[in-house]
Design a protein around this ligand. Sequence first.
Ligand code: HGY
Ligand code: MN
Ligand code: MN
Length: 415
Amino acid sequence: MPTQPASPGAVILARADVLAAISEDVPRLTRVFLSKEHRLAAAQLVQWMQAAGMHAHIDAIGNVIGRYEGQHPNAPALLIGSHMDSVRDAGRYDGIFGILCPIACVERLHQSDTRLPFAIEVIAFADEEGVRFGATLLGSHALAGSFDLAWLDKCDANGCSMREALRAFGGDPNAIASLARDPAATLGFIEVHIEQGPVLLSEGRALGVVSAIAASTRFQMRVEGLAGHAGTVPMGLRQDALAASAEMLLAIERIAQTRADTVATVGRIEAQPGAINVIPGQVAFTLDARAPSNTLRDQLCAELQSACDAIAQHRGVRLTAHVLQQLNAATCAPHLMQQLETSLKRCALPTRILPSGAGHDAMVMGSITDMAMLFVRCGNGGISHHSDEIMTAEDAALATDVLHDFILHFQPRST
Ligand code: HGY
Ligand code: MN
Ligand code: MN
């Protein structure tokens, strides 16, 4: 019995499985910027891009870029892409689906020998999560011309600077500035991404159109108390940095819960000296605060900071808060949203507009061109940044149909 050709969605999920196996800690998925896994996954993406009829290359910062020419050489391009790096113990569709889906669309154009009045560039951004060096959205900042060269001096947990790692990867720190795209040659940026939340799943919808991406601020918080003997220092005389931090964490949670649509997360905490019989004298914890607008984010951060300061004062410890990153809210281009909605209708799918609480490369690309996002349902309650992240081949195929329709009918903003 001849085997049935795999459905377009199944091909995409199978490719995501291939990439998920390119990890530093298999069977978990962790693929960080400028690692050997980055290099291996990039080579695999180049191969798939070339098979889809694109010219593909790896740029100076490690982005993988495939270009499908239009009817005329050097035509302005519609950019479509997402990130190829992952968080630790990640899901296999975050970022990656937004690369494999457009590759599948270009493959359809190539197979039908369709050429459009514009070129298409599929972009696999080298680093969006910022796991290795703490600076995020590096690949899209390079293309948007907003890469801060000081980031090259950031070091990873082993003391290796980004500059050294980039050179060892085969990139070129001196060429990053030249990657900046000319907005005049860029017709727009589309990112297809799993929702990473429960909304589409709960409403029984496969796809949604994003209205805006939340504003966020990331802090490195440090609490300095006084280490001491766990057996001899009376409770009333302690300056316990970890107990103070614990009270701060609960205050952070309580404050974020009281405001609509705001979230605040402490993702990592370390206590020193970390001995069972020593009162912790130093604590470092991260704080990720988000809200639908810049104003609401700033108000949230101010309230979080003053609550933590009051706790520090009350407990006789010293708190310092260092802003690691501040990303402003990004609104999607209405004319691109409308075209995505029209494609959903042409594909006989209901339209649903929803905000994104997660950050995306589209926030950065939106600084140089019109941007929009198509969300795809994820299963398992919408879980993401977790190995239980799932999506279906049917939804992958629907997203590919809608993106393909969007591309065929794409109209850049009339100037
Ligand atoms: O943190 C975020 O929102 C994104 O997943 N990097
Ligand atoms: Mn992510
Ligand atoms: Mn992502």
